[in-house]
Design a protein around this ligand. Structure first.
Ligand code: UTP
Length: 418
């Protein structure tokens, strides 16, 4: 894009202030900024603030999106899984041994709540020895690979913010004993941030404020980075996607894989029974006949509290960000547009004097795609119940709910030495 084109694009989208910053840069800086601008998807930016509209703060509880007709989706419950465990495990292990199962670690997030700069997986949760989150996840995967007697390809999604540090950490720790040739890294896309009037923020004189575009773009990023070629070359037919922060989760769990394959479903989601009707967890149900994850604030009180004849909540199973997707189906839905979530956040930016300001309160919007929206793109999904205390110890905060403290306690409860 030449200088005139750049100016006209910026003017067209009400972003002339970026041109003012651009003019002050040397050639290398100009090139960098112009390249970032050329990659902007303006249709996304406009979602924060449609051209010409006044665009006040949306507040933390943005108005719920219109939902279709919701119906409960029954889960394959723990009691039923226990009865068929051997059969499922056999099917799952056969798929793993045939090289049909890969794992995708979503580690592109910024872990702002944990408040540690750098990749969340580098966080040391050990007490008497070092135990890094990445290490714990690899140990969990090794439980399966030891049993299967073969390795599972692990694809690690990073972002521009943490890619180099993540790779360097795996190198330094010798991949925690996992074979390096079974680990591939790929970067997710970045998205711009805007203030409440839709103006792009800058985080350096030669850079827009860019942040990872959410965990929902992972398959697109696999395709554009060429990693999907590796998936295909290895003959992987199922991908198990999981979050970096649940240190207790089973990865490439053969029982889950087997149950999903045996069910004939094209996707599966691990779910936990809700602790109470109001728990803030996305519930897996049916929306207009297709699987869907609906947040608690998108449901009416009546739906939240509705119960089956046996007294159980009708919408009783929440997702824990551990999904299984069939690769051929992922390819089929890959050209469908995903919902862009406009999220109010604290966005560091440079002020008039060029110094970086880190705001104490939200000051604008970021744009994110969410993996939970993918589930609705599939024809069906096996809702697969796991026991919370055995498989769900997310680390979002330092203390309190879903924290380093609570995860440590759960790991110890499960016999993990820390
Ligand atoms: P969270 O929603 O918990 O976000 O991500 P986060 O960035 O880790 O933490 P906060 O909200 O800033 O405190 C759930 C999972 O999705 C991944 C995260 O790394 C985590 O595994 N993720 C999130 C990405 O891979 N990319 C993103 O852009 C966002």
């Amino acid at each position: 894009m030449n200088e005139n084109e750049l100016l006209s694009v910026l003017q067209e989208h009400g972003q002339a202030h970026i041109y003012e910053a651009y003019k002050k840069l040397d050639e290398a800086g100009k090139e960098k900024l112009a390249a970032q601008i050329a990659r902007i998807d303006w249709s996304i930016v406009e979602k924060a603030c449609p051209a010409g509209a006044s665009c006040p703060s949306r507040g933390q509880d943005a108005p719920a999106q219109e939902r279709g007709k919701l119906k409960p989706l029954s889960a394959l419950e723990v009691s039923e899984i226990e009865k068929n465990k051997e059969k499922y495990e056999e099917t799952g292990l056969a798929a793993i041994r045939a090289g049909k199962v890969g794992a995708v670690l979503l580690a592109g997030g910024q872990g702002t709540r944990l408040g540690s700069d750098g990749p969340k997986g580098k966080y040391n949760i050990g007490l008497t020895k070092e135990m890094f989150i990445f290490e714990r996840l690899i140990r969990n995967l090794q439980d399966v690979t030891d049993k299967a007697g073969c390795f599972v390809p692990l694809y690690v999604m990073t972002s521009d913010k943490n890619n180099d540090e993540t790779i360097a950490f795996f190198e330094e720790k010798d991949y925690f004993g996992y074979p390096k040739e079974f680990v591939r890294f790929f970067r997710q896309e970045m998205a711009p941030s805007v203030d409440y009037s839709g103006k792009l923020y800058m985080e350096a004189p030669d850079s827009l404020s860019l942040s990872p575009n959410g965990n929902g773009g992972w398959f697109y990023s696999m395709a554009v980075t060429g990693i999907l070629e590796d998936v295909k070359a290895r003959g992987v037919e199922w991908l198990n996607c999981f979050a970096v922060d649940n240190v207790l989760q089973r990865i490439a769990d053969p029982v889950f894989v087997g149950a999903t394959i045996d069910s004939g479903c094209v996707s599966g989601a691990k779910v936990v029974r809700k602790a109470d009707p109001e728990e803030k967890i996305g519930v897996l149900c049916l929306e207009d006949g297709k699987p869907s994850i609906v947040e608690y604030y998108e449901m009416t009180e009546e739906i939240i509290n509705s119960r089956n004849a046996d007294g159980e909540l009708s919408y009783n199973f929440g997702v824990i960000l551990n999904y299984l997707f069939r690769v051929d189906q992922l390819e089929e839905i890959s050209d469908q547009k995903m919902t862009v979530h406009v999220v109010e956040k604290k966005i560091p930016y440079i002020g008039e004097d060029g110094a970086l300001i880190k705001p104490e309160a939200p000051n604008g919007y970021k744009f994110e795609l969410l993996i939970l929206d993918m589930v609705h793109m599939f024809e069906n999904c096996l809702s697969y119940e796991v026991v919370r205390d055995y498989e769900f110890a997310p680390i979002k905060n330092k203390t309190g709910v879903d924290s380093v403290e609570s995860a440590r306690a759960l790991l110890q409860k499960n016999g993990v030495e820390l």
